[in-house]
Design a protein around this ligand. Structure first.
Ligand SMILES: Nc1ncnc2c1ncn2[C@@H]1O[C@H](COP(=O)(O)OP(=O)(O)OP(=O)(O)O)[C@@H](O)[C@H]1O
Length: 811
């Protein structure tokens, strides 16, 4: 298929000599790698042994240790497949390309190995016969452990060669890589990245890069290698980290080894359900409610829900504080709320301000109580109150102010100074007064995002007030009991709520300060004992002691733990972490509320967005990139297309072509690299015989790809029943939330199968898939395009029209 650049007829040394030469070079490389590793290990040991008393020293030591540990990890993971390529340039320079760079022995020596991400390595991925970029020979080295097994060469000599329809670089190496049976885990493709992929991987960090490609075009490959490339070429990303968002935990497990395998630890892989620290939101929910939660209007709904918890009353509020009936008017409360939230102060941070305004008012009113007695006396004189009632009122008021024993009317209380004293006493007493605290909590509760959302979902009246844009039936879909598990579409709402509520960390800061003070006191005690023992053992005053050199603060600092977590681990635990770059895979699944969350995680809006609108099964997901991205990025995004399908042979892609047309007639399938696969098989059965027949078909498929991976993709609602049936024939089959992709046979629904691939795929009940979702066609398309070698369709009822072209032939 390639415009072949090779010309194997040129004079070349015999293969065995070439292999021996390459093996010798490989040995040199591995020795150099071993020496580098030893050097870093010893540096790390030195840094860890060092002790620096100052806070600054501690920080520097921690940073140095982290940098060295990261470097060591990179060197250790580079061992396997260390060098995979060679470029012989027309100027006689020879470069070896590998997973990392290895410097030459001396400072002036050429590097022994060039990192695949370095600019000099680029022609390895992009040189073609028509544009050889100064390259004479491109060699792929196939290795196992440290042994060179084979080399594949392409010679670039004939510049008149015309490019044909698909340009593949290193075709032989690529096809060899694609032949490998699946293992249930994705592997990196550094040795065989293709030109169109390389272009995207190396495109600038800034802005939003959208990568559209149909199934199997290497979107995930591109996304992950781009993360590795960006981390290599932008040092600051090592500190801020890169966030990679995938559709679900099964997919994350599938891709989990790629970046560590490339030596990268500063990447956080997460599904949307995992983006709220401390929560793993994985409960299922109906597509209809997920779709509503994903709408942008939910940001307004939550804003209103928060405001409704800010002294928003429809009548005056009566409270009994300090034995006094106090009435707070709506106007007073509205004014207090407005002052508390001035300058956009968040709810929980505004609460102390509101509390101060409220308590000031209460203290003022309570301090005036004695003045009120005079008013009541006037009421007696006017005949509006009898004397006994006045007596009782006086006693009550006095008791409330001066305690139960107060009998004497305190004339001094009328003096301004006395009033100020009483008010000050009340201001001091109110924060501890249970009734005053209850009043504060009812008017302006301290809220966690979880509480806000639970209260909202659990109360239809609250929902109605906060979400007038939603119809009654839509609101009914949001109602759920308190304590129900969270779903992935709750996460962007919790995050939004956290933004609106804010986090009052004063208590935490006080605790930290108290802890530090305690550590310092302890350290001081240690030093005192040290000095005491010196005096006791009669050591001369001239002799220098640790206690003379170190202050208590320094000693306490030594015990402060250095944070040795990786950037990814720290980012995962911190909702306010700002990433340097965000990569979204299967981005067509994201709801507008999720996009909003992601932009908060990366305010510089440096994004790589990969996906395929035709594969969107989420009702809240995107059908067009413009529609999905414009609200967040305007028109500031660039689109790239991937056009070659590496996964699915042409014959199998043909099976899904009608489905693709039915999704949208404008969509074109990618061109397949491989052809000559067995055409897909299709079989009808009865609903009664369906489960047993499926088990037989699965067992047969697994035998055909012995050592490879087989998946049954079934409608969600029927998955348990069908998986149980398959288990009667294949006891080791895996399915469910924690499905093990490394088993030979798995049963998945389409959501789980998204982004994955298998040697053999059985699509069970295609009509069931079409019927169970508004995006059923996309679901069926995803299911059909997971197969790398064999595809089978088993239908218990009539075959859907979009598959009518498949031959009814099973054996
Ligand atoms: N340059 C490459 N060299 C070797 N293998 C590759 C290359 N590009 C892609 N592949 C392989 O092709 C298969 C499909 O790649 P990938 O999963 O990235 O596609 P995708 O576009 O994300 O597919 P989908 O949309 O179905 O999720 C994988 O097995 C991947 O390893």
């Amino acid at each position: 298929m390639t415009s072949s650049t090779s010309s194997s007829s040129l004079e070349k040394p015999p293969r065995s000599t070439e292999l021996a030469r390459e093996q010798a070079y490989m040995d040199v490389l591995h020795d150099a790698l071993g020496a580098l590793r030893e050097e870093i290990r010893s540096e790390l040991r030195t840094v860890l042994r060092e002790s620096s008393g100052t806070a600054q020293g501690q920080v520097e030591r921690g940073a140095a240790a982290e940098r060295l540990a990261r470097k060591l990890f990179t060197l250790e993971t580079a061992e396997n497949g260390l060098c995979f390529g060679r470029l012989d340039r027309t100027d006689d320079e020879r470069l070896y390309i590998g997973r990392i760079g290895v410097p030459g022995a001396g400072p002036d020596d050429d590097p022994l190995l060039i990192d695949w991400r370095a600019p000099a390595a680029r022609p390895f991925y992009t040189a073609t016969a028509a544009a050889p970029q100064g390259v004479r020979l491109r060699r792929h080295l196939h290795t196992r452990d440290r042994r060179v097994l084979r080399v594949d060469d392409e010679l670039f000599g004939d510049t008149s060669a015309a490019p044909d329809d698909v340009q593949l670089s290193g075709e032989a190496a690529l096809l060899a890589a694609l032949q490998h049976g699946k293992t249930g885990r994705m592997h990196d493709a550094v040795a065989t990245l293709q030109t169109e992929q390389d272009k995207i991987i190396r495109s600038p960090l800034a802005g939003v890069m959208v990568v559209q490609g149909s199934p199997g075009t290497g979107k995930t490959v591109v996304a992950l290698h781009r993360a590795a490339y960006l981390l290599y070429s932008h040092e600051r990303l090592q500190r801020s980290g890169v966030l990679v968002v995938g559709p679900n935990s099964v997919f994350l497990e599938y891709i989990s080894q790629v970046l560590p395998g490339l030596g990268e630890t500063s990447v956080l892989l997460s599904s949307v359900g995992g983006l709220y620290p401390g929560l793993s939101a994985s409960a299922e929910e109906p597509a209809a409610s997920a779709e509503i939660k994903g709408r942008l209007v939910m940001a307004d709904v939550l804003d209103r829900a928060v405001r409704a918890r800010q002294a928003a009353v429809t009548a005056p509020v009566d409270a009994l504080i300090g034995g006094e009936h106090i009435r707070l008017s709506q106007d007073f409360l509205a004014d207090a709320a407005a002052r508390a939230t001035e300058d956009g102060r968040q709810h929980n941070l505004a609460r102390p301000v509101f509390r101060d305004i409220l308590f000031e008012e209460l203290a003022d009113r309570l301090a005036r109580v004695i003045g009120d007695i005079e008013t009541r006396f006037e009421e007696v004189l006017a005949g509006e109150m009898d004397v006994e009632a006045l007596d009782r009122a006086v006693q009550e008021d006095l008791a409330s102010v001066f305690g139960q024993d107060a009998k004497v009317y305190d004339f001094r209380a009328r003096l301004p100074a006395e009033f100020a004293d009483r008010k000050a006493n009340w201001l001091h007493a109110l924060p501890r007064d249970p009734a005053a605290r209850r009043l504060l909590d009812s008017l302006w509760p301290l809220l966690s995002p979880e509480q806000l959302l639970e209260d909202l979902y659990a109360d239809p009246a609250r929902l109605a007030a906060a979400a007038p844009e939603l119809g009654k039936e839509e609101r009914a879909l949001l109602v759920r009991e308190r304590g129900a598990p969270w779903t992935a579409s709750d996460v962007p709402l919790l995050d939004e709520a956290a933004e609106l509520l804010g986090y009052d960390d004063r208590a935490e800061t006080e605790q930290q300060a108290a802890r530090r003070a305690a550590e310092r006191d302890y350290a001081q005690g240690v030093l005192d004992i040290a000095r005491g023992s010196r005096d006791a053992d009669g050591t001369s005053d001239e002799q220098l002691h640790a206690a003379d050199l170190v202050t208590a603060d320094q000693l306490a600092g030594w015990h402060t733990q250095t944070d040795l977590r990786t950037v990814a681990e720290r980012a995962a635990a911190d909702r306010s972490w700002v990433f340097g770059h965000v990569i979204v895979d299967e981005a067509q699944e994201l709801s507008p509320m999720t996009w909003r969350l992601l932009v908060r995680r990366c305010p510089t809006r440096s994004f790589t967005v990969v996906g395929d609108a035709a594969q969107s099964s989420d009702a809240a997901g995107a059908t067009s990139w413009r529609e999905a991205l414009e609200p967040f990025f305007g028109t500031r995004w660039r689109l790239s297309q991937l056009t070659v399908n590496y996964r699915t042979p042409g014959e199998i892609m043909e099976a899904s072509s009608q489905v693709l047309k039915a999704i949208s007639p404008e969509l074109l399938p990618a061109r397949a690299v491989r052809h000559g696969a067995e055409p897909p098989r299709c079989e009808g059965t009865t609903p009664e015989e369906f489960p047993a027949r499926l088990a037989e078909v699965a067992a047969c498929a697994a035998r055909r790809v012995a050592g490879g991976r087989t998946a049954v993709v079934a409608p969600t609602a029927d998955l348990e029943r069908l998986a149980a049936a398959v288990a009667t024939r294949i006891p080791d089959v895996s399915w469910g939330a924690n499905v093990d992709l490394e088993r030979d046979v798995v049963v998945l629904d389409v959501r789980q199968a998204k982004g994955l691939e298998f040697d053999s795929v059985i699509v069970a009940d295609p009509q069931g898939m079409l019927d169970s979702s508004a995006r059923g066609l996309s679901d069926l398309y995803v299911a059909l395009t997971r197969a790398g070698r064999f595809l089978q369709v088993l239908h218990p009822g009539p075959l859907p029209d979009v598959l009518s072209h498949l031959a009814q032939d099973f054996s």
